[in-house]
Design a protein around this ligand. Structure first.
Ligand code: FES
Ligand SMILES: [Fe+2]
Length: 417
């Protein structure tokens, strides 16, 4: 079986996380078995229905830990960047004490986002009427408001959104009562230890300057299954990362892990081929880690690729049932970023990535269109798609069946011909 356990993970802990966020059993969406040979994907409507997307927002995005980026993107006190997540303008900022904070950008006065873009500041000043906030969100000043009876600026601050930094990745959770993220990711922490992710530097952010008209789950599934190397990436990835060599680990937490060994043992340094390391290998990796690419999906949105010389991260913003926004972050060890040849090497890496990206974009757009068809159905999964089954079970276990107690199959019933 192409499946392995990554160690003694806290299965009980995962169960505890699920119980808090899981709707009553009678209302749950379709049961999706994950063992290969039996698994199917989610019903097509899960990729196209505004009703189901609204349930995902309520039951998943507003309750689960969402990965937003890297702590080193705001390296020093006063650095900030802004993001629009699920219609919420957010400020990610490193405060005066160098702590990472995630704040609502919405001014307490009349709703103006106090800042946009990214930069460095000592305070956050709303451009509308100059209300001024500290980097931790406290209101420091509000012109002329001393004449407003009963106004108490000390009670006024930008709302804080709960956040955690795991291995240098910033996660947020809109649910103040959610269990902490760190313990749930403990088995994954052990798996990534040799990559020293916390020390890595984000050296490039590659925007997707295009319409990404496909569902967020389709993005995650395409990212995590190596099966499509034999088709979509037949000439690009498959020769170096053959699909049939991939191994999906057994689930031990709210994440999936897929190892993709290179065809040739001993890494070649041909940087013109995506997936082959253009930089010096990370020194602490084991022989096995040097010979493979590892895909991590931290549910629901964290898509991370571990390579022998660098790490990549997809920043995914769901924007509806059939649309996402995307950025790709490239992270390297500090010593790699300091190489005199680095600019040329990273340029070559990104050129290779763009080739693969375009292959995936064409497929994802086409599949999204296909899933609207009355003839679309959740087909049987290949053993190389086990991570899709794991993710489907996660999704189906969290959102209620929009039709109450009816069987999930009703969601896939074909329209009359
Ligand atoms: S809306 Fe921000 S100061 Fe008025
Ligand atoms: Fe792909």
């Amino acid at each position: 079986m192409p499946s392995r356990n990554i160690g003694r993970g806290p299965r009980g802990r995962t169960k505890a996380v699920a119980s808090r966020t899981t709707p009553p059993a009678a209302k749950r969406a379709p049961r999706v078995r994950t063992r290969t040979g039996h698994a199917r994907g989610l019903p097509p409507t899960y990729y196209t229905s505004p009703e189901i997307y609204a349930l995902e927002v309520e039951w998943i995005f507003r309750r689960e830990w969402l990965c937003l980026g890297r702590a080193d993107e705001i390296g020093t006190s006063g650095d900030y960047l802004t993001l629009d997540l699920l219609g919420e303008p957010l400020i990610i900022v490193r405060d005066a004490a160098s702590a990472v904070r995630v704040l609502s950008a919405i001014c307490r006065h009349r709703g103006m986002p106090v800042t946009s873009g990214a930069g460095h500041a000592r305070t956050l000043v709303c451009p509308y009427h100059n209300w001024t906030y500290a980097l931790d969100g406290r209101l420091l000043g509000a012109p002329e408001m001393n004449h407003t009876p009963g106004f108490d600026g000390s009670q006024c601050r930008l709302p804080a959104i709960r956040s955690e930094v795991w291995e240098g990745f910033i996660f947020v959770n809109f649910d103040a009562a959610a269990p902490p993220l760190g313990p749930a990711l403990a088995p994954l922490t052990a798996l990534v230890r040799n990559y020293d992710l916390t020390a890595m530097k984000t050296v490039r952010t590659v925007p997707f300057d295009m319409e990404c008209a496909w569902n967020w789950k389709l993005m995650c599934e395409n990212f995590m299954e190596p099966y499509h190397h034999v088709g979509t990436h037949r000439k690009s990835l498959e020769p170096h990362l053959p699909a049939r060599l991939a191994v999906t680990l057994d689930p031990v937490g709210p994440f999936s892990v897929v190892h993709m060994p290179y065809r040739t043992r001993g890494a070649s340094a041909d940087g013109d081929r995506w997936g082959m390391p253009p930089f010096p290998e990370i020194g602490r990796l084991t022989a096995d880690e040097r010979r493979r690419v590892t895909l991590l999906h931290v549910f629901p949105l964290g898509l991370i690729t571990l390579l022998s010389d660098h790490v990549e991260f997809y920043r995914v913003f769901p924007e509806g049932p059939g649309r996402i926004r995307l950025e790709k972050l490239i992270c390297v060890p500090p010593e790699t970023a300091a190489r005199p040849t680095f600019d040329r090497e990273v340029g070559r890496l990104i050129d290779g990535f763009l080739t693969i990206r375009d292959e995936d974009v064409a497929i994802c757009r086409a599949v999204q269109r296909g899933l609207v068809s009355r003839f679309a159905e959740p087909g049987r999964l290949c053993h190389l798609e086990e991570a899709i089954g794991q993710f489907a079970r996660y999704v189906a276990g969290r959102i209620p069946d929009p039709r109450g107690r009816r069987r999930a199959a009703s969601l896939t019933r074909r329209a009359p011909a």
